[in-house]
Ligand binder design. Sequence first.
Ligand code: GLN
Length: 542
Amino acid sequence: MTKYIFVTGGVVSSLGKGIAAASLASILESRGINVTLMKLDPYINVDPGTMSPFQHGEVFVTSDGAETDLDLGHYERFISAKMNKNNNFTTGKIYDSVIKKERLGEYSGQTVQVIPHVTDEIKLFIEKGSAGHQIAIIEIGGTVGDIESLPFLEAARQMSVSLGKNNVCYIHLTLLPFLNSSGEYKTKPTQHSVKELRQIGIQPDILLCRSQKEISEDEKRKIALFTNVDYSAVISAIDVDSIYKIPLLLNEQNLDEIVLKTLGSQADPPDLNDWKEIIKKQENCVESIKIAIIGKYTDLKDSYISLNEALSHAGLDSSAEVNVEHIDSELLEKDIGLLRTNQYDGILIPGGFGNRGIEGKISAIKFARESNIPFLGICLGMQLAVVEYCRNVLNLKKAHSTEFDSDNDFPIIALISEWTDDKGEIHERTINSPLGSSMRLGNYKSKLIKNSKIFESYKNEFITERHRHRYEVNNSLLDNFENTDLLISGKSSRGNLCESIEIKSHPWFIGVQFHPEFNSTPRNPNPLFLSFIKSCISEKVL
Ligand code: GLN
């Protein structure tokens, strides 16, 4: 039977519940426990697929094609188990399911209510996502006290009643603000937040207290006394310069042991050598490179989180610190001087949607191509690299994607109207299809051309990467690239969609239709990023 750890947050949002939960999971995994993680989001969207990265950060795509919360990316970077569509659900998804059941008459004439019907549905989803695992860590989004998260918290409370105390553990993450005027950490917001939790029937077993520096024994004692949490279970989670230090930090304070004790479980001793190794690499970099990521969502750090992580994972393998600068592509529309003066070692155009800043991205691609600067184009980045090549090398000045110009004369990028998935199922789309989860999503196989740079990177003819796109290189216009410097280096294993391109005469210029960043972990960096970073180092202007 699965045992559950619920992780809630208090005082303020963005305390790093996801990273704390993932770090705990990684310690438990190193102790031989089969652990999984789930994220419960209290908003009404059915999934974050239609939400702007400006507001919500990156949309993380799982291998089975679910568009999920970015915390699932942290989970995959910290533990070896892969996430799937059952590891993240929202209030919207729960209500969608309840309403469908109601329409089918499954509630036999009952009045459908938040308690018990919505809470029962939440419990069903939790059980489904946790099946087959010894421990499931369930992160509840939002902050305790929000109206939205109440049904989730109520379901979490009920699970302890129905499964028994020894099968459920509650961890609450809070903030201890430091007041300069009095020179001390304030515990009152934590006391209030726990009071709020207790009012809904949940007594936390463990507190993770976020603070800038270590908190004193006295402060810990005070928190323990006023929150009814055991002194040893008041854990200090201080700010650190690398998220990969957190498993070690939590283990030093016996978090894993306290959790296991609460759950009445035993396990092997932890082995955290992988994390120690990663930190050692981070602290002993001998190289430093500067990469420009040219995108639209540059204001919110979380918008390109998997990308930033993938670059830094690959850097570690070459003992290089990767400094990423995010540049708003609109700034490059009139003048790309910024790229010239800053002398970047590599240029990356990530995935994206919508018209804003497109011409700036195309100018940056032209600059990378002509100046022999290593270039990686991901999804939209690849599509625009193809547009740039048509316009500036093949002199097809009107070339564009129909996403931005629906009746242009040379639609080199166009809507995918039909594709076959790896199971042989045919998917059809039109311009009028609804936006929600209507893309080509998740794992698809590509076949790479031998002797191409991408083949050299992966050292494999067949690769599987995650996708998230509606448009593709227009197959009916591919003849234009024959006997040119642009190589279509990878195609889908069925259906012949273009999966990757490269410029043959360039030191390293690759565009991929898929998102390799979702498949990178610090322990297992993605081969394409490894190759990109190596070329940035070797082509570096000294
Ligand atoms: N907007 C493009 C498409 O839908 C690219 C998507 C992406 O970059 N993820 O095909």
